[in-house]
Design a protein around this ligand. Structure first.
Ligand SMILES: Cc1cc2nc3c(=O)[nH]c(=O)nc-3n(C[C@H](O)[C@H](O)[C@H](O)COP(=O)(O)OP(=O)(O)OC[C@H]3O[C@@H](n4cnc5c(N)ncnc54)[C@H](O)[C@@H]3O)c2cc1C
Length: 290
């Protein structure tokens, strides 16, 4: 690996000041689990890494609002999220997804901010966070902004972060009595990268689905909403709409063949697992499944 310098700022403000334009050769590092894999073969060759480990503790913490909404700092490790009683109480579908995300060694060092900024479409949390209507907090030299999680992803490994911007955290709005679920389908071991990730969230009005959010990851170029599924389910009884939702998802998702299966195979997975994830959410406690 090419030698590099390491800067360890003690504040977010200093970190932002150190990170220049995209071609400056300076790059942030959080857990390093994804970055190091790209530096070892020389795909990325930064001259300086700016470690975010020393920035203010707020960015490694999980805060709960009175209504059950969550703020999760960007430097919070995935393991800390997995073990958080607040996350389990207010967004149990996140806890459930984390338990099968890689292994505990990776979860111990990987952070939420690095997870999202990496921009790999195969990540587990983006579809879950999209279904929960979460927002990404971003800070840069020009100030702070918030965007919906689905607006973070532009293309393979490319995000909408501007040069010098950092993710500072994620807010998950209060879920109330909404039901949510995530299904990860792997073609190798259970905790492998998913071949397909599907998440849904909705309210129930009697047995009618309302305010539906559906999202897909892994099988598509970027994690994204499945708007045709949302439309197919909205205002319907789940039992009447499962087939149509699966067909709509398989038709909408732009899938490609890769090492985890052919496009035709993944399309069939999407058709079948769309019904399953909706059923799983129907059976879940309010806020999701553990
Ligand atoms: C063996 C292995 C198996 C894995 N399996 C899975 C899996 O099954 N499912 C899954 O979802 N994921 C999986 N992962 C991926 C893992 O989730 C990511 O590597 C991890 O979340 C990245 O977080 P990090 O803190 O280590 O990021 P880093 O490696 O430190 O950074 C990743 C990228 O984000 C940038 N960055 C970091 N923090 C910020 C920030 N706050 N703001 C802006 N940019 C930032 C860095 O410059 C870099 O480009 C696996 C990883 C490994 C190594």
């Amino acid at each position: 690996m090419k030698p590099f310098g390491l800067a360890e700022p003690a504040s977010l403000k200093d970190a932002i000041a150190m990170i220049g334009d995209a071609d400056s050769g300076v790059r942030p590092i959080a857990g390093g689990s994804a970055l190091m894999l790209m530096m070892k073969p020389g795909i990325l060759q930064p001259e300086t890494l700016v470690s975010l480990r020393g920035i203010e503790p707020r960015y490694s913490s999980i805060e709960t609002a009175g209504d059950g909404g969550l703020f999760i700092g960007a430097m919070t490790t995935l393991r800390r999220m997995e073990l958080s009683a607040d996350v389990a109480r207010h967004a149990p579908v996140v806890t459930q997804a984390l338990r099968r995300l890689s292994n505990v060694r990776v979860r111990n060092i990987a952070t939420l901010g690095g997870h999202l900024a990496h921009g790999d479409p195969h990540l587990d949390l983006p579809p879950v966070l999209i279904a929960l209507r979460a927002k990404v907090h971003i800070a840069g030299r020009d100030g702070e902004r918030q965007i919906d999680v689905e607006d973070l992803f532009r293309s393979y490994l490319e995000t909408s972060l501007d040069s010098g911007e950092l993710i500072t955290g994620v807010t998950v709005p209060a879920q109330g009595n909404r039901k949510s679920a995530y299904i990860k389908h792997t073609t190798r071991s259970a905790d492998d990268w998913p071949a397909l990730g599907l998440a849904v969230s909705f309210s129930l009005d009697g047995d009618v689905l309302r305010d539906v959010r559906a999202a897909i990851g892994a099988a598509t170029d970027i994690p994204q909403r499945l708007k045709s599924v949302e439309t197919a389910l909205e205002g319907k009884r789940a039992a009447d709409a499962l087939q149509g939702a699966g067909d709509a998802a398989a038709a909408e998702a732009q899938v490609h063949s890769d090492a985890r299966g052919s496009a035709a195979y993944k399309r069939e997975l999407i058709r079948v697992f769309t019904g399953r994830v909706i059923r799983k959410a129907m059976e879940s406690a309010a806020g999701g499944t553990i």
